[in-house]
Design a protein around this ligand. Structure first.
Ligand code: LLP
Length: 427
């Protein structure tokens, strides 16, 4: 969260004018807090960094799919990158302009493809099988399907291997060397409108030179496709991936920095060749990560091999530390005026040893009942949560202009059994 949205009062962490201790009292704990101003500001940074060219910002809603967030971003003019029928349904429900929706995915069902075609959204096609299905299904629906191809550009960003998506060995995209061929195939198929080209090289990228590499490769392909097939692509979608500084000392590249890397290449190639696709960016993390804080309550402080602080949130609510060894800053929200006093390992209540939210953190002296705030959890926090160990998911609250509003109810125990049936013979 932008430091201007944080303050301290009476030793309590204040977010956007609201006391986190009060919020946890009012809504219960654990609790996700999302700051609307931060989301709008981050989106506008992206918007203005690319306003010098024909461009659109498609929010990658997998980062955080709450309807209120989609509404906020829709009101800012965002399009949306969706990755499933469920995401498409939600984007349409919130009134996102369907011309600004790209349906991504490496393994879509026919049902999902039909939904995309009948909704009139563009599909980012990831394989030849998918291309053939799309043409066949569009014919069956007596409709036309708009497509881009997802390119695997063979680029290696410096990031966690599990979120590096544009390297040669990744499951995503059409291999770079086959791209020209698939555009030729698409051209021969019925009911297909070829609209664009797409790539996404990975996530949490802090060294931006790889985006320049991707832009060179993608613009070369746009030119090649035009020259070979006399086909002018309407858009080039360069994906998301801009990282954020989870550690205090991480570099903090901005959308402006990203624009400085890719726009000169984009403009130069456009000027030399006369191709001028609309540029699309698909940020997820950058837009919402630092808008979110996860509040959790301390249940136990145990002095053992280490001093373990057991909280009421674990990798059921924040999976990133467990999956990617990710680092999130942790504050003691009710002791903000106290100096670090001890080294703590913050753990959740889940029945796995890997359920660690933060290791060896120097924090003020912690006691049972204290409230912790885990920062930068607006992206890939709630959206990757689960009911593991049969724990209902927590509530989400939106803070804006000094007001707090519930945007997702805490799940009830009944939600744990929703949809299940016990066969009669077992009763
Ligand atoms: N576009 C496509 C096609 C994507 O697959 C993704 C993310 C994005 C855009 C947005 O990327 P971003 O701007 O958020 O980096 N769960 C992981 C991140 C997975 C990202 C998957 N794809 C994490 O918690 O770090």
């Amino acid at each position: 969260m932008k430091s201007s949205n944080f303050s301290v009062n009476n030793g309590h962490l204040i977010i956007n004018g609201l006391d986190t201790v009060e919020l946890a009292r009012k809504y219960g704990s654990p609790l996700y807090i999302i700051c609307e101003d931060t989301i709008r500001e981050r989106f506008r940074e992206f918007r203005s960094a690319f306003s010098g060219v024909k461009s659109d910002i498609y929010y990658a809603m997998k980062a955080n799919g709450n309807l209120a967030i989609l509404k906020i971003l829709g009101s800012e003019g965002a399009g949306v990158d969706v990755f499933s029928a469920g995401e498409l349904y939600m984007a349409l429900l919130t009134g996102i302009n369907r011309e600004k929706i790209l349906f991504n995915g490496n393994s879509k069902t026919d049902r999902e493809l039909k939904f995309a075609i009948s909704s009139g959204v563009t599909v980012s096609v990831d394989s030849i099988d998918e291309l053939n299905s799309l043409s066949k299904l569009a014919a069956e629906l007596d409709a036309r399907a708009s497509l881009a191809f997802r390119v695997n550009p063979d680029i290696s960003p410096e990031t966690h291997p599990k979120i590096s998506t544009g390297i040669r060995t990744s499951k995503f995209g059409i291999p770079h060397d086959d791209v020209l061929k698939v555009y030729g195939m698409a051209k021969e198929l019925d009911n297909i409108d070829i609209k664009g080209i797409h790539c996404h090289i990975g996530s949490q990228i802090l060294k931006l030179d790889v985006f320049g590499e991707a832009m060179v490769k993608m613009m070369d392909l746009v030119e090649l496709i035009r020259d070979e097939y006399d086909l002018e692509l309407e858009f080039l979608d360069i994906g998301g991936g801009l990282g954020i500084p989870y550690h205090e000392d991480d570099p903090a590249p901005t959308p402006e920095d990203l624009a400085d890397v890719i726009l000169p290449i984009f403009k130069d190639k456009s000027a030399k060749t006369g191709i001028s696709p609309r540029l699309i960016l698909e940020p997820g993390r950058y837009i919402v990560a630092d808008s979110g804080v996860l509040l959790c309550r301390v249940n136990t402080v145990k002095r053992a091999h280490k001093t373990f602080v057991g909280t009421d949130a674990g990798f059921n609510l924040l999976a990133r530390p467990m999956i990617y060894n990710a680092y999130h800053r942790i504050l003691v929200a009710n002791r903000m005026d106290q100096p670090p006093a001890e080294t703590y390992t913050i753990v959740g209540p889940i029945c796995e040893s890997g359920d660690i939210l933060g290791e060896d953190r120097n924090l003020p002296r912690i006691e049972k009942g204290d409230l912790l705030a885990i920062l930068d959890t607006g992206a890939y926090g709630f959206s990757m949560s689960s009911q593991y160990n049969q724990r209902p998911r927590c509530a989400e609250v939106l803070v804006s202009g000094g007001h707090d509003e519930l945007i997702r109810e805490e799940e009830a125990v009944g939600d744990l059994i929703a949809g299940q049936t016990i066969p009669d013979r077992l009763l």
